[in-house]
Design a binder for this molecule. Structure first.
Ligand SMILES: Cc1cc2nc3c(=O)[nH]c(=O)nc-3n(C[C@H](O)[C@H](O)[C@H](O)COP(=O)(O)O)c2cc1C
Length: 233
């Protein structure tokens, strides 16, 4: 990727630092930009009906590298994004996810939970896991493995990986694609199918692709600014 500016490295406390690259805008420009960004992100929806139309690996790589720009505790970057287009692996994931979901819906979920889910129209059928051209499974690295297989601490792992997932979801939407934040809990089957090392735990499963033609989404209302914020001026 082309550098936007020449890196002029200076030392601070013995560690290399570079000048910050940032853009400034006028108040009017900022209002226009933040309004446009809000409009774009407010059109994002969780989608459960996918098209099988292919999406190139190049796009998926760009989405993942975007997620990888997220901030993380002590810059440990405690994430791993597994991108799956293999029909066989997607099939295995669907079978295992549906099995877990059957247990969830039939016994593990409370009456209240099932009531809360009812408006979303979700059920134990996870056909979309095979229809979507890609599944991205995000793993959190609960600790880091050093060269001698020694354990090194990661910090604020859930917060860091959660932020990276938010950025990934926003990037998917920005590309004109759709995803579903899916948590077929427990998700241990993903570690087995994808043969992940012991320091990695499944965090989220995101089918990625184009929405099916005529896809429907629940008519949900989002909380107002007044409801989600308090200003102290
Ligand atoms: C952490 C998390 C877990 C979720 N798990 C599931 C899931 O397992 N299955 C599902 O159909 N939707 C799941 N969702 C999607 C939510 O139902 C959806 O985000 C919510 O209904 C709001 O809809 P919207 O994303 O279209 O705004 C999950 C969302 C989050 C943030």
């Amino acid at each position: 990727m082309e550098e936007k500016f020449a890196k002029k490295v200076v030392e601070v406390n013995g560690f290399p630092h570079i000048p910050l690259y940032s853009e400034e805008f006028t108040e009017a420009e900022m209002l226009a930009r933040t309004g446009k960004f809000y409009s774009e992100l407010s059109a994002r929806r969780s989608v459960r009906h996918f098209s099988d139309r292919p999406v190139s690996k190049d796009i998926i790589e760009q989405l993942i590298i975007t997620a990888g720009t997220a901030p993380s505790g002590a810059h440990k970057q405690p994430w791993k994004f597994c991108a799956i287009s293999s029909e066989e692996i997607k099939r295995q994931i669907r079978i295992a996810a549906e099995e877990e979901e059957r247990s969830n819906y039939n016994s593990r979920m409370s009456e209240q939970w099932l009531k809360d889910l009812a408006p979303l129209g979700t059920d134990t059928n996870k056909e979309f896991l095979q229809i979507a051209p890609w599944i991205i499974v995000v793993f959190k690295q609960v600790y880091e493995l050093g060269p001698e297989k020694d354990k090194r601490t990661n910090y604020y792992v859930n917060e860091s990986v959660g932020i990276a997932c938010g950025m990934l979801i926003a990037a998917i939407h920005h590309a004109g694609l759709v995803t579903l934040t899916h948590t077929p809990s427990p998700m241990n089957f993903l570690s087995k199918i994808l043969e992940r090392p012991e320091n990695e735990r499944p965090f989220l499963l995101l089918p990625v692709g184009y929405a099916a033609k005529n896809a429907l989404v629940p008519d949900l209302q989002r909380k107002s600014l007044e409801k989600i914020s308090v200003f102290y001026e």
